[in-house]
Design a protein around this ligand. Structure first.
Ligand code: AMP
Ligand code: MG
Length: 469
């Protein structure tokens, strides 16, 4: 069955040097693990076609559909603050772009599609574990209302790949507003390629920030979206784990799910990533790291902002504005979690006291907030609870908010992801599908799935998560 994808590629029109043309490398025996039919339709694709032999070949990289212009994107980045002038898509190939049902341009990319000009020593492949992890977590983020890249499909390749042991290979089809990163700007800025920076800036403004009239407008808009994004991460206890500048999308979507994790017991200093030995990307460091990354982005734009001293001053002021923007977003997100429709004096303190008590007791972040919708407050917080109820009563006079709509019952807990991956690696995909179906409605009580709501038993606790490589 022929697969029709209505490609409308714009990145491939950018100047030479933005990418390396690269077809995906075929695999031995593609098999479909999961297809996101809702997303397929949103993109104007036919799920039946994608499920057909040809469709699965497309999703595995064995067949390049008409209109695709496969390429690997160039980018640089700071990894754990260390500068790397050339990273790029080492294991991902952009097939092209489509315009979705709402008129938005979306990238369709195969992750794990084989070696590219940017692979360095890597094999260009992904194993099933990180592919399923990204599928579960990115789709859960979407259901939680958090901007994110999406997962259209996962296929196994029928090939083994070598990691710390032999693993089954897989390919993820990732969909994104774009895959342009802070590191994409850094790549050209470091080369002092002003023409390329201008072309990239125009492309990004047209694609993501059509109201921006200048590079400074763009900077401010990116700062605002990142502030909103990070506040939303904090609100669900999400830890990205590798906030390198090449893993921060200019669109404001969460991108590159590697050793990411959701916190169980609340501890602001939580780190899961095995490679984050100094806690640079700990839960509570994320807003500060966002500023660090945005300062790198701002630096890239300075050559486009006119007279140098004035440009530096304006860019610095914009980046220094992040904490205020973030503080408002944080108060909005956490205020809603406490059932406040609008911000009032004293809310910040009320939120912070609640978090401080949770930190002292190490109570489960998700469940403690969720219990508030049943009016259950933690033991020893009677005084706080009395003030909270009074604050809620003030609010009710001007329309109550639904607390359960701001506090999920279900999150993709680490131990559940690990269990789903272990079962899938042994050939049983049922736990993976079960988890996805529950996480599609994270704010609803689903009593038949209470086992997916509870924190891990002591023997189930996952202490460390690993990169997707
Ligand atoms: P990440 O840690 O996933 O953000 O990746 C960092 C860099 O390493 C990017 O340039 C990736 O393309 C590259 N990379 C990661 N895994 C592989 C792999 N298996 N083969 C080739 N390049 C890879
Ligand atoms: Mg990356």
């Amino acid at each position: 069955m022929t697969v029709h994808i209505p490609f409308d590629n714009s990145y491939a029109r950018l100047p030479e040097g933005f990418f390396a043309l690269q077809k995906p490398t075929p695999v031995a025996q593609p098999q479909l693990v999961v297809l996101n039919e809702v997303l397929a339709r949103e993109l104007g694709l036919d799920p039946e076609e994608l499920r057909s032999r040809d469709g699965v070949d497309v999703l595995a990289g064995n067949l390049v559909p008409d209109g695709a212009e496969p390429l690997a994107q160039a980018y640089a980045g700071h990894q754990f603050a260390g500068w790397v002038p050339r990273l790029g898509d080492g294991r991902a190939v952009l097939l092209g772009e489509v315009i979705d049902a709402t008129g938005q341009r979306r990238d369709i990319q195969l992750k794990g599609a084989g070696r590219t000009a940017f692979s360095r020593g890597g094999d260009g492949r992904a194993w099933l574990g990180p592919v399923l992890r990204e599928f579960i977590v990115s789709e859960a983020m979407q259901a939680l209302g958090i901007p994110t890249t999406r997962a259209l499909a996962a296929v196994t390749t029928g090939q083994e790949i070598l990691r710390e042991t032999v693993r089954p290979g897989a390919v993820l089809t990732r969909v994104a507003a774009s895959h342009i990163r802070v590191g994409t700007f850094q790549y050209f800025a470091a080369r002092q390629d002003i023409g390329a920076l201008q072309a990239l800036t125009q492309h990004v403004i047209a694609r993501h920030y059509p109201d921006a009239r200048s590079p400074l407008d763009l900077l401010n808009a990116v700062i605002a979206r990142q502030a909103r994004l990070i506040a939303k991460w904090m609100g669900v206890g999400f830890i990205h784990g590798v906030m390198n500048t090449d893993n921060m999308a200019i669109s404001g979507e969460t991108i590159d799910y590697g050793p990411c994790a959701f916190m169980d017991g609340y501890d602001p200093g939580t780190v899961y990533s095995s490679i984050d030995r100094f806690g640079r990307y700990a839960y509570d460091q994320q807003p500060r790291i966002a500023v660090w990354n945005l300062a790198q982005f701002a630096t890239c734009l300075i050559p486009l902002m006119g007279e140098k001293d004035a440009a530096i001053a304006a860019a610095t002021e914009a980046v220094h504005g992040f904490p205020d923007v973030y503080a408002k977003e944080w108060q909005d997100v956490f205020g809603k979690k406490l059932g406040f429709a609008r911000a009032m004096n004293g809310d910040k303190e009320l939120i912070q006291e609640f978090l401080d008590e949770m930190a002292r007791s190490g109570a489960d972040f998700t469940i403690t907030f969720r219990n508030l919708s049943n009016d259950v407050t933690p033991d020893g917080m009677e005084d706080w609870a009395a003030r909270w109820r009074r604050r809620r009563d003030e609010e009710r006079s001007c329309g109550a908010t639904d607390i359960s709509a701001a506090n999920p019952a279900f999150i993709p807990r680490n131990h559940l992801i690990e269990q789903a991956i272990a079962a899938a690696t042994a050939g049983d995909f049922a736990p993976f599908h079960r988890l996805n179906s529950v996480l599609a409605r994270p704010f609803e009580e689903q009593s038949e799935f209470s086992d997916l709501q509870s924190p891990p038993q002591p023997h189930e606790v996952v202490e460390r998560t690993f990169c997707g490589t």
